[in-house]
Write a protein that binds this ligand. Structure first.
Ligand code: SF4
Length: 347
């Protein structure tokens, strides 16, 4: 009996990685999936928090893709190691703080280590030439293969016929004539192939699967780095950037204001780590303070919290202030007028 070759597919949860894995499965290759958790992933987390997204299915798309393919999925936590990719990308950033090329090199490198350890033969990705302006170009494909160390063990089934044959093709592990030559930004070829395979319910993320491609998110991250005077982060930092309105009234403190019930509940989990405020005379949001609230800042912060409560038109609103690690007290304030709110908003 011929040896069954084994491939690991990088599964993001989107359509391309789903199709790439299925194309290779169709050739009798044993495929397993690998998904990397960076902390910046969009799905699952914010969808689960926000009330307004309640109608959307709460599924982890990578797991869902694996289920559609009937394959095992290995979810690998890379939060710590990934920091260097975000903080010091050799190839720079895309339109926002997305270090896509370095990110791909890093993930394929991790997959290369994984196949060596687990006795797999090659790696599959759903990349398509020309799909993304910076990271998925004909000239960046060899960069990813070379810098990751995967070299010719990296196969992109959706555009392989536009590239030099990889080792799986040369050795006859896979039939090159049954691979594809997709190129460009159009999604039509992928949609047609999905229909051919009978996939009709797949994730179509608007700006990618990662918050780093989001302009507002990137502004908040850059603001956090500049206010702290250092480019670094912990998992809690990048999680909190996904939630609430962010307002920096003065350079030394930022307010994270829950936008609705789901977000208030989520922020509640952080109340012991942060100075926090909420209104007691009227329903309103929970607000965390990132930074230090000086004596001169308390009244302003309380007025802003009052402004975001249902007492925004009242003459007086009671606000409870809980300093981190200290005793709480209440202050009575007049809500600040919207146009008088100082500082910068990061929505
Ligand atoms: S969008 Fe995010 S996860 Fe995807 S390649 Fe770019 S940085 Fe990496």
């Amino acid at each position: 009996m011929p040896e069954v070759r084994k491939a690991v597919a990088l599964i993001s949860g989107g359509l391309d990685s789903l199709l790439a894995a299925r194309v290779i499965q169709e050739q009798g290759i044993h495929v397993e999936g690998i998904n990397f958790f960076t902390g910046f992933c969009v799905e699952g987390h914010t969808h689960a928090i926000r009330q307004k997204d309640k109608a959307k299915p709460k599924r982890n798309n990578a797991l869902w893709v694996a289920e559609q393919l009937g394959i095992k999925l290995h979810i690998v936590d890379i939060i710590e190691e990934y920091k260097d990719v975000v903080l010091n990308p050799r190839h720079g950033y895309g339109a926002n703080l997305n270090p896509c090329l370095d990110c791909k090199v890093f993930m394929v490198r991790k997959a290369t280590e994984w196949i060596e350890k687990n006795g797999f033969d090659f790696i599959i990705t759903g990349e398509v030439i020309g799909q993304r302006p910076k990271s998925q170009r004909k000239d960046t494909m060899p960069v990813i293969a070379r810098e990751s160390g995967a070299d010719d063990l990296l196969l992109r089934p959706l555009c392989a016929r536009n590239l030099e044959p990889s080792r799986p093709e040369r050795e006859g592990w896979v039939d090159r004539s049954r691979l594809y030559n997709f190129e460009g930004r159009s999604r039509k070829p992928q949609m047609a192939l999905a229909a051919q395979f009978g996939f009709d319910d797949y994730a179509q993320p608007a700006g990618g699967c990662c918050f780093l491609t989001d302009a507002q998110y990137s502004h908040k991250l850059a603001d956090m780095w500049s206010s702290r005077g250092q480019r670094d982060y912990e998992l809690d930092d990048i999680m909190l950037l996904k939630v609430g309105r962010h307002l920096r009234p003065r350079p030394h403190f930022k307010m994270i204001i829950g936008r609705e019930e789901g977000e208030n509940r989520f922020l509640h989990g952080y109340r012991k780590q942060f100075t926090h405020l909420f209104t007691t005379s009227h329903p309103g949001p929970l607000v965390l303070i990132d930074g230090e609230l000086g004596e001169d800042d308390v009244e302003l912060a309380a007025q802003i919290v009052a402004r975001f409560s249902q007492g925004r038109s009242a003459e007086q609103v009671d606000v409870e202030i809980h300093p981190r690690g200290g005793d709480h007290h209440t202050c009575r304030v007049k809500p600040i007028a919207g146009e008088a709110i100082p500082g910068h908003w990061y929505i």
